[in-house]
Design a protein around this ligand. Sequence first.
Ligand code: GLN
Length: 480
Amino acid sequence: MGKLNELTISKAAKGLKEKKFSAVDLLKDCLAVIKGKNKDLNAFVTVDEEGAMKTAKTVDKKFAAGEKLPILAGIPCGVKDLICTKGVRTTCCSPILRDFVPPYDATVVEKLKTQDMVMIGKTNLDEFACGGSSEHSCFGPTKNPHDLSRVAGGSSGGSAAAVTANMCLYALGTDTGGSIRLPASFCGNYGMKVTYGRVSRSGVNAMASSWDTVGHFAKNVEDIATVLSVIAGRDRRDLTTPDREVPDYSEFLGQDVKGLKIGLPKQYFGEGVQKEIATAVMEKVAILEKAGAEVMEVDLPSTKYAVAAYYICVPAELSANLERFDGIRYGKKPAKEPKDLIDFYFEARGTGFGDEIKRRIMIGTYVLSAGYYDAYYKKAQRVRTVIVNEFVEAFKKVDVMIGPVSPIPPFKVGELVDDPLAMYLADALTIPVSAAGVPALACPAGADAAGLPIGLQIIAPQFEEGRCIRVGDFLERGQG
Ligand code: GLN
């Protein structure tokens, strides 16, 4: 039969519909790869073989009974382990939630379950999604499927590596400052970061509530469109999701790019961006230009302040969101008998959080404290507003913008883990997009001399994910 796990969603769905193979066959091939490769990659932290098998069998019965099923029926999906899955452990890869089993599904998971998705397991991440390499996980780092000595990117590294290694056909992730795009770029697949509010965050552990978005990884743009059409939309449990129509995103496939105005932010190709990466992205832009797109330079002058503003705004929100993990209502109780309540908190949080989380809680509480609030937090918020306005201005001139995802190639495991500032800079080109709350699709853009993947991002105005899909699909079909 071959390796069914290597299929795209659309091909697998066709095979299932035509009864060329069953959902159980498809699942078995995915599980076989997980068994073979997860020891090395560490992409999954929990595999729900039993639950997945049960759903696959139900799907097969429905097909056998002649039922017409949605395209995602029977397709194995990986879910980032900070997205709640009913009855399946959801740890956020933090010691404090190591044994947490949610009593309900996140809205995204619930929506996919109505389509009969096969939830194969939970994927690795940086603790509470704080990181760019997936090394800050209590389960150890995820490795890059292209080179096991390198990181998969983060924080949704497990989901990205799982899709590239064909352990599942698509996977869910979250992107607050780059956590879908960076791992998609490092692992060489497609990653959709949506407009803030396009996909419900209900049941997804909050990192920084005014930045967090839920999105997904897939092997091609068609599959990105398929999944987005299902997960996007209004949710009464997340009031940041507007009551705005969800298009059928597959309508943006197969179009041309004639007359499309493409902006190249000059800051995305300048200092700090490796030449080989900028050149690879420009080669893709040239394809679009040849096909009739109008390419022009645009200016996003505050790009250089984005990382600094992010590391004030985001830890501030994070420190507030993580307050609930006190070992009483949420989180593991301390192992040793505490002297008093304060001692209880110190024990529960001191042993429950990793170093990066502690670092961010300290920064967050500091910038919010009386006397420092105006100097840091308020100023950083103002910088965010300036960045938002620069995007609004740029989008008056162009339909989409294109730039690299990461200024550097996938780095070695351990290389930057003790140098937080250097690690933070890997997100220098993804963070401004998150600040503006606009969508961006990470797409493969070839490889560097060492054979490591390079990624570009197609950035669109708010709620114009369709434009990302149109351009991404065109590039995928053009293939150089
Ligand atoms: N790498 C960034 C950080 O560490 C982004 C994380 C994310 O998008 N969740 O904050």
